[in-house]
Each structure stands twice: as C-alpha cells, then as structure tokens.
Design a protein around this ligand. Structure first.
Ligand SMILES: NC(=O)c1ccc[n+]([C@@H]2O[C@H](COP(=O)([O-])OP(=O)(O)OC[C@H]3O[C@@H](n4cnc5c(N)ncnc54)[C@H](O)[C@@H]3O)[C@@H](O)[C@H]2O)c1
Length: 491
C-alpha cells in the first residue's frame, strides 16, 4: 500500500519542559507505516508472558499488533522520515525493524557522554533514541532535546534514564525486561545437571592433571524434585524444561499462579524447602526477598540438597551458604548474581568487593558465573525485536503498552477511513478530561482510554467521521490547553 508523504507532528508544552524551544512543535516525519510493513511481525516464538494484577497469565505479543484497520500516519503531513539515533551497537533485529518502517536510522557503535549526546540529538532533531546500559539520559539531555518523543532502552534495566524527567517531558521510555527469560531457564537446567554430577570439580581437576573417576554423590536429575521460588517469566519456563527432563516441579510464589504441566504450587516457602532436591530462586529484589534464604531456611532443606541463585544478589545470605557447603549440609550451589558486582570485566571479584569472596570461591561443588544468566545472542535479538517494536507501536499508533514511565494504553485499530487518533500526554490535574471532552463533544468518539501515573496522564481517543479541518481544530484546541505536555494526532 503506497501512501503520500506525511509529517509527524507533536505539540509540546514549553512550560511543561523548561528549555524546550517554543514554536518548534513540528518534528521530522516518516513515510507512514503501511499495512504491508506494519502487519508482518517477526515469528512469535519465545515471546514473554505478561501478568495481570491478579497474577493470572495472559499472552501478550511483544511485537506491534497485526493491524486490521486503517494505517495511521501523523498529522499534519511533512516529507521527512522519523529520525532515530541508535547507540551502543543495538542489535540488528531492531535496526532492520525500524528501517522497514521507513524511519531514518543512524547508528553509533559506542555510548555518548552527556554533552555529546545533547549535541547529536539537537543537531539531528531526532524523535527517538535507542540506548543500552552505558548511555545516560539525564534530566539535562531531556530538557535540551525538545524533539525527542521516545527512548528505547535495548536492555533489561532503565536506571540509566531519568524516568520522571522523561515522563514530565512527555517522552515514553520502553525496555525489555523479559526477553532473556528462556536464556536464564536454560542456564539453570545446565547448572542442575552440572551440580548433580559434580561437573565443575571434575573439569577443574582434569585441567590440573588429576584423574578422579567417582560416582559417589553423583546423580541423574530424572525423578528428582525441583523447587522454584518465584513462578514468573523465568520460573515458569524453567518448570516446563525441568519436567521435560523427568523432574517433578514444586513452586512457591506470593500469588496464586496457574501451574504449567504437572507442576504444583505449595502454600509456604517452608513447605517447599523440605520437599525438594534442588531449590532455585527466581524472585525480584525486594525488601521481603532480601536474605530470604539464610541459615534458618537452609536448615529446613534436605541434607545434600542443592541451591541455585540466578535472581538477584541479595536474595541469598552468602556467608550462610558458605557454611552449608563447607559442612556438607548442601551438596552444591550455583550463584550467578551477587550483592556487589564488578563494574567491568577483569580480576575484580575479590574480597574488596564482597568480604566473603575468597571463602565462597573455595567451596566444593560450586558454580560461580558473572551474571550471565540472560547473556545470549538470542536474548539480545529478542530485546532488539521487542524494544524496536514498542518504538514503532508508540510512534505509529500511540500505543504506550509496556512503557515504564507512562500509563500503559492501547486502542483497537481504527476501521473507518475517516478516523483519527488523538494521543494526549498531559499533567494529571483535575478538569483535564472535561476540557478534552468539551473539544471532542461535537465529534463521534469511537473509543477512548485514559490513565495516569503520578503527575502525568495519557489519553488516547479515536474520532471517526472527521475531515482534515476537524483534525486541525482538535489538534490546536487540545495542544493549547494549559495542561498539555505533548499532543500528537494520527490519521
Ligand atoms: N541472572 C540473570 O542474568 C537474570 C536475567 C533476568 C532476570 N533475572 C532476575 O530473575 C528474577 C526473576 O525474573 P522474572 O523475569 O522471572 O521475574 P517475574 O517478575 O516474571 O517473576 C517474579 C516472580 O516472583 C514472585 N515473587 C515476588 N516476591 C516473592 C516472594 N517474596 N516469594 C515468592 N515469590 C515472590 C512474583 O509474584 C513473580 O511471580 C528477577 O530478580 C530478575 O532480576 C536475572
């Protein structure tokens, strides 16, 4: 489907973002998304699951939804494509997706410092920037770069972005928290087998020239019981893999979660501890999960059980683990995450960083890995697809689904040729919806959704039967309200 060149327009309130250039609402633009490119997402295998507030499982595509309706384009029309700056060697999966949209993608392999980044974004008038963990998007970058609409963090965390400043400037931030779930689950399976066969000790001995052919204390994993603490994205994937290896699976979670396969949820952590041969942790870092496995919990585990932590460093009390491994209470352990982790690769994992480091490293049948649970080529590619697709959905459809700093909103496709979509980020103050509804009251609103997050709110509304004159009228009325942070129209 070919379409006329259109421009991307956003009205940003200069008061809401001190430092934005008043009178510079018109940004660069794109060839509009066409049904042909937008409706062909990559294969859906390996997609993460999302969870509702109640904890039930719903499948959610990480990729732009198949558009059955009208292909939307930004209003008013301009000829230049959407400009995206990608830093830090973002995965080619993202680059390919974004280029397929007709966006102008500029790639820089390294991270940029604050001033360099500001200069680059301002000179290029970029609407989107993609980073990984090294580029810091500070409040100053956000204040200076008025053209930015969206930030893609092609990684798990978002600490490197000032999320609040971005929200207050009407800039959505997306990341990919669950793209590496499978990678972690596979690592755990490998560790379960390696621990039960004392593989690391045998391999180390052989490297030292020591032949030590033993079967005592070495086991098959078939028929053994795996205990999973935290049955989320990783825990659930692991459950399926473990059962396929002939293990029984029990899990404990703070919320009731539908089991996969033949797994069974138990009611308390204590119940789990005494019932399993391998205990693996997959909980977030929270005050209540800090040191959730300490001496008291280890004492409740079976003699000769194994403990695995690929979650977060503070979840296990490591001195208690050292004691349990040295006394033989536990037959082995795998640890991928630590309370303090080195900032860079090299010989940095010493006692200066964690005082128990050498005691831990001297334990028998222990697998230590440098936080590599999610570090695979596949995970990088999934991250590229997921974040790239989120940027496209946001730019093309106004969908903020999965944004970390704005309410998560999406609307069904517009079916009518005469339809248009209002995307309105505004200050969360009383009376705003009344103003919006006042502007829209003379039109037919086919669907509308709004939500707030702290001081910032987002509203999506589809209006049908509108002409270009109507769209101009709505755009101008909404974008000139005092509560406006950023207004876009798609038609
Ligand atoms: N090692 C790595 O490289 C790596 C990679 C990815 C994720 N992680 C970590 O793995 C952990 C799990 O990730 P996920 O994607 O499965 O998270 P998730 O949010 O999908 O699942 C976490 C689960 O833990 C449950 N939970 C929370 N508090 C609990 C408690 N006190 N007791 C029992 N269950 C509790 C939640 O209800 C949820 O079901 C996170 O800490 C994450 O940071 C590590």
């Amino acid at each position: 489907m070919s379409a006329p060149a259109r421009r991307l327009s956003v009205s940003v309130n200069p008061v809401a973002i001190a430092g934005n250039q008043p009178g510079s609402p018109i940004l660069g633009a794109s060839s509009p998304p066409s049904l042909a490119t937008f409706g062909s997402p990559p294969p859906l295998s390996g997609l993460s699951l999302s969870r509702s507030a109640q904890g039930s499982r719903t499948s959610a595509s990480a990729f732009p939804q198949q558009q059955q309706g009208k292909a939307l384009a930004p209003f008013p029309v301009v000829d230049a494509p959407v400009k995206i700056l990608l830093l830090e060697n973002v995965n080619t999966a993202a680059v390919d997706l974004l280029k397929a949209q007709g966006y102008a993608v500029e790639e820089i392999k390294k991270a940029l410092g604050e001033e360099e980044l500001i200069n680059k974004l301002k000179e290029g008038n970029f609407q989107a920037v993609g980073i990984r963990s090294k580029t810091k998007i500070t409040a100053k970058v956000i204040k200076e770069c008025a053209s930015l609409l969206v930030i893609g963090c092609f990684c798990i965390g978002t600490n490197q972005v000032d999320l609040l400043a971005a929200a207050k400037a009407g800039i959505a931030v997306f990341n990919s928290p669950f793209s590496n779930s499978r990678s972690v689950a596979e690592l755990v399976i490998s560790e379960v087998i390696a621990l039960s066969r004392q593989l690391c000790d045998r391999a180390r001995e052989m490297r030292e020239g020591i032949w030590n052919k033993v079967s005592k204390g070495c086991w098959e994993i078939r028929g053994k019981t795996l205990g999973i603490v935290g049955y989320g994205h990783i825990g659930a994937q692991l459950s399926v893999l473990a059962e396929s290896m002939g293990m029984s699976v029990l899990y404990y979670d703070v919320i009731p979660i539908m089991p996969l396969g033949s797994a069974k949820q138990v009611e308390t952590l204590e119940e789990l501890l005494g019932a399993v041969d391998f205990l693996t942790l997959h909980v977030p870092e929270l005050p209540e999960t800090t040191n959730m496995i300490s001496k008291a919990q280890i004492d409740l585990m079976k003699d000769g059980a194994y403990l695995l932590n690929n979650a977060r460093g503070k979840v296990i009390d490591i001195p208690a683990l050292v004691d349990a491994l040295k006394s033989g209470k536990l037959a082995g352990a795998a640890v991928d995450v630590f309370p303090h982790e080195p900032a860079s690769n090299g010989p940095n994992f010493g006692d200066a960083l964690n005082e128990w480091s050498s005691a831990l490293r001297s334990c028998p049948n222990l697998i230590l890995t440098p936080h590599i649970g999610g570090s695979t080529e596949e995970a990088q590619s999934m991250i590229g697809s997921e974040v790239g697709s989120a940027l496209i959905s946001y730019l093309n459809l106004g969908s903020s689904q999965g944004a970390v700093n704005l309410p998560s909103l999406t609307l069904r496709p517009i079916l009518e040729d005469s339809g248009a979509r209002l995307c309105f980020i505004h200050q969360n103050v009383p009376g705003t919806l009344k103003i919006v509804n006042g502007v829209l009251e003379e039109f037919q609103v086919s669907k509308q959704s709004s939500d707030s997050m702290g001081d910032v709110a987002y509203l999506l509304a589809d209006i049908v039967g509108v002409t270009e004159k109507d769209i101009t009228q709505i755009y101008e009325a909404i974008s000139s309200t005092s509560n406006n942070i950023a207004t876009r129209m798609l038609f």
